[in-house]
Design a protein around this ligand. Structure first.
Ligand SMILES: [Zn+2]
Ligand SMILES: [Zn+2]
Length: 183
């Protein structure tokens, strides 16, 4: 039983890390004008969210989650095609598919009691924890699923280090979008 709990916990942390990586990439390079489809589905909603974070509460489940759900279905198709049997892989993808829903709960005062309880113990991201991301310099707390990884990644300078490595590879990370506090 304990190993199942540990596995679920690790799946949650992986989902948290993926949510942070995706969010960091959006906030770092998320300038509009390169692809109409990307703008419509990812870039503009991301910029809009950072301008008016509370607006997220007014979106329906599908409006909030359609991008990650569709991507997750594609990945699930790949897992099935390659006959992956590990339930942990499916759980991780399922959790990632709900990362925007969990993010939305971190902007909501009214949530189901079990969500509030999970937020209280940090297994889902709390309102106060996520609120720090929406403050200048918009460079911390990129993970949006739990309260657990952000202190580690921010405390060790992980994102800063990642940007340093990417710059050494000749890719600019200075194109700060409005999501990260303006150009
Ligand atoms: Zn952000
Ligand atoms: Zn937010």
């Amino acid at each position: 039983m304990l190993h199942i709990i540990v596995d679920v916990f690790i799946c949650l942390l992986i989902a948290d890390f993926v949510s942070g990586l995706g969010h960091w990439a959006e906030d770092t390079w998320g300038a509009p004008g390169r692809s109409p489809l990307l703008d419509k589905w990812v870039i503009l909603p991301n910029i809009e969210h950072h301008r008016r974070p509370g607006q997220m509460r007014n979106k329906s489940y599908w409006e909030t989650n359609h991008v990650t759900v569709i991507l997750a279905l594609v990945v699930l198709g790949g897992l099935l095609a390659f006959h992956v049997n590990a339930w942990q892989a499916y759980l991780t993808v399922a959790l990632i598919s709900q990362s925007n829903q969990i993010h939305k709960w971190a902007h909501s005062q009214t949530v189901p009691f079990w969500v509030r309880w999970l937020q209280r113990i940090g297994l889902l991201q709390s309102v106060a924890h996520h609120g720090e991301h929406h403050k200048r310099p918009y460079a911390y707390r990129f993970c949006t699923t739990t309260n657990l990884l952000n202190p580690v990644l921010d405390g060790t300078g992980f994102w800063h280090g990642l940007e340093w490595v990417i710059e050494r590879c000749g890719i600019s990370v200075k194109r700060a979008t409005e999501a990260r506090g303006g150009y």
